[in-house]
Design a protein around this ligand. Structure first.
Ligand SMILES: Nc1ncnc2c1ncn2[C@@H]1O[C@H](COP(=O)(O)OP(=O)(O)OP(=O)(O)O)[C@@H](O)[C@H]1O
Length: 254
């Protein structure tokens, strides 16, 4: 299948520090990829380059064949490249239903008209309702975000991203900080993501990586040192040295 997301020789240095070094990858619709690597490997910088929050020194990012060079983050969202909204960017006084309605309006380019007309737009409300149901957020739908559980806030991040109808979804540690009792719901939400969506998840929790990803990319010191099947990643000598040594040993004992 042809690539929906392509990164070609993306590079970025901060002063003398080369943080992203000629990184290339391609993903097809439906791919489930985990991006892992030690602290400081350059994962966040890579995502910021891709989303347009940072300007690369060189390289190209394409969505469905279209180069995104020079586009700002919002233009990239409109092309289908969506990073899951961060909890810290949710509005504490607004409800999940209101967030999702706003996301749908944003996608439709109608954010100028807010509350007065929002509640008389049945198609916006129906879509919000469907997302609330998909993510299991019905019970929290009309409570203030500040008052709902952290796990529900993280589910809302995913719902918000889906309301933007991404082709490529970048997820940043979707279960981090979530109490163990709530993680099964996050994992269920990940398992239920649209089948044709390409998902790139940055994750430190290797158990979650192994349950979610069909392919693992390891970044170390700004370069990709492994890109392959989850079953092979813990056997790879460079990966063991750079990152996963102790985890791999634990698994081989288990
Ligand atoms: N704006 C910046 N200016 C200078 N150096 C930076 C900047 N942003 C990141 N760095 C450096 O780039 C390197 C990669 O950082 P980055 O945050 O991308 O790594 P990471 O893999 O996301 O790490 P973590 O897993 O800890 O979040 C680090 O050495 C960091 O100090």
């Amino acid at each position: 299948m042809s690539a929906v997301f392509e990164v070609e020789r993306l590079s970025k240095a901060f002063g003398g520090l080369a943080v992203t070094q000629a990184v290339s990858l391609a993903m097809a619709p439906g791919d489930r990829v985990a991006l892992i690597g030690p602290n400081g490997a350059g994962k966040t910088t890579f995502v910021n380059l891709v989303t347009g929050h940072l300007k690369p020194d060189s390289g190209v990012v394409r969505i469905a064949g279209e180069p995104l060079n020079g586009m700002n983050p919002m233009q990239r969202v409109q092309r289908g490249l969506v990073r899951s909204f961060q909890v810290t960017r949710l509005f504490p006084e607004m409800t999940p239903r209101e967030h999702l309605a706003l996301a749908v309006l944003q996608r439709q380019g109608r954010t100028g008209r807010l509350y007065g007309t929002l509640w008389s737009m049945p198609e916006v409300l129906d879509e919000s309702e469907a997302l609330l149901r998909t993510l299991g957020l019905e019970a929290a739908a009309d409570r203030k975000v500040a008052e709902i559980a952290y796990g529900q806030q993280r589910l809302l991040e995913i719902a918000f991203a889906l309301a933007l109808r991404p082709k490529v979804l970048l997820l940043d540690e979707p279960a981090a900080g979530v109490p163990q009792s709530e993680t099964p719901r996050i994992e269920a939400a990940l398992a239920g993501l649209p089948a044709d969506l390409a998902v790139l998840m940055i994750e430190h929790d290797m158990d979650l990586v192994f349950r979610f990803a069909k392919r693992v990319i390891v970044l170390a010191a700004g370069t990709i040192i492994f890109d392959g099947a989850p079953g092979d990643v813990t056997k790879d000598a460079r990966v063991r040295e750079a990152y996963l040594g102790s985890y791999a040993d634990d698994r081989s004992v288990a």
